[in-house]
Design a binder for this molecule. Structure first.
Ligand SMILES: Cc1cc2nc3c(=O)[nH]c(=O)nc-3n(C[C@H](O)[C@H](O)[C@H](O)COP(=O)(O)O)c2cc1C
Length: 203
């Protein structure tokens, strides 16, 4: 297999395309799409969103030090794209896309009711990296839609049909391949997979 070498660029794909909701201190809400986002620490739970200074959302998040990462779904694909190409400078994107702002635990930034998972964040550090400023934040609360929980309270995000963004295109999630750790689990006589540490214990 031969590979072409390209000039340095952003090629970590696929990614989630999330809707980041925020507000200013006067109470004006806004929402924008972000793909430059992710988890950076488990404990304490920390995330980031990288935002250009030119985005209307930028000054709001810098002012209140709050944002909400709202996960998106196939059903929210159109809204996700729309809030990523139109600016809150000109229009009320919540209204245009019939998204419902709801109050969570933060003082200013609203959550999006229609999102399956809303992650409320408080900014701890802003890193000016170049084109984008990285808003490093602590997760202060997570709100998960009960519609995707079973009787025992287990949450199944796949039921929400998450939206994936890859190199300029939106996709749904593909077929299920395995569970975390499946590569090291051994098969039992009934064909089911068993963790190797359990096998040793049962000897
Ligand atoms: C799929 C997608 C991903 C995007 N990711 C980012 C991002 O990570 N950071 C950013 O600054 N802008 C990103 N944008 C662009 C902003 O969402 C867009 O400029 C938006 O209109 C800004 O809204 P605002 O001016 O109301 O804040 C993305 C747009 C799309 C469609």
């Amino acid at each position: 297999m031969s590979k072409q070498q390209w000039k340095p660029g952003n090629m970590v794909y696929p990614l989630p395309a999330v809707m980041v909701s925020c507000a200013d201190k006067a109470g004006k809400n806004n929402v924008m799409t972000a793909a430059w986002t992710g988890t950076i620490c488990s404990d304490p739970p920390m995330v980031y969103v990288s935002i250009r200074k030119s985005r209307f959302s930028h000054h709001m998040i810098a002012e209140t030090k709050e944002y909400v990462i709202n996960l998106t779904t196939e059903a929210l694909a159109r809204a996700t794209d729309y809030v990523g190409v139109k600016s809150g400078k000109d229009i009320d994107k919540f209204k245009e896309m019939r998204l419902t702002p709801v109050k969570g635990t933060l003082t200013y930034a609203p959550m999006i009711e229609e999102s399956p998972v809303c992650i409320e964040c408080k900014v701890e550090q802003i890193m000016e990296l170049g084109s984008h400023d990285m808003f490093i934040a602590r997760v202060v609360a997570v709100h998960a839609d009960e519609a995707y929980m079973d009787d025992r309270g287990s949450f199944d995000l796949s039921k929400a049909k998450p939206l994936v963004y890859s190199h300029g295109q939106y996709y749904g999630v593909g077929k299920h391949i395995g569970k975390f750790g499946y590569s090291v689990k051994k098969r039992t006589s009934n064909g089911k997979k068993k963790a190797s540490y359990l096998k040793k214990k049962s000897k």
